[in-house]
Design a protein around this ligand. Sequence first.
Ligand SMILES: [Zn+2]
Length: 107
Amino acid sequence: MSQKLHKCSKCQGTGYLIHFAHIFNGVCFQCEGFGTQKTKPSNAKPKWDCFFVQKDGTTREWSTNVRCSRESTALKYATQDYNKRSSYPHFANSIGVDSIFVKPTQK
Ligand SMILES: [Zn+2]
């Protein structure tokens, strides 16, 4: 069988997901670490990284894995996600929900 394999759309072919290093050592759950997939990747919408500002003026990132076309929609999801997780230690030094901004994930 000479089926063409495509780069895994989840991990961009690396087989690992940095954000999930704490689960299964970060092995990509979509391709099981092979970095490939049999289905052609769909023309995926951009994924957004979310950031908030901390008390010391630095920014910190978290990921919601949200895919959507518009920045305003991404920000809406980010805000909802932030409100759900704001008690987590990761957000302990956040100056608040108003400091959230989003950027398209760099491939
Ligand atoms: Zn993968």
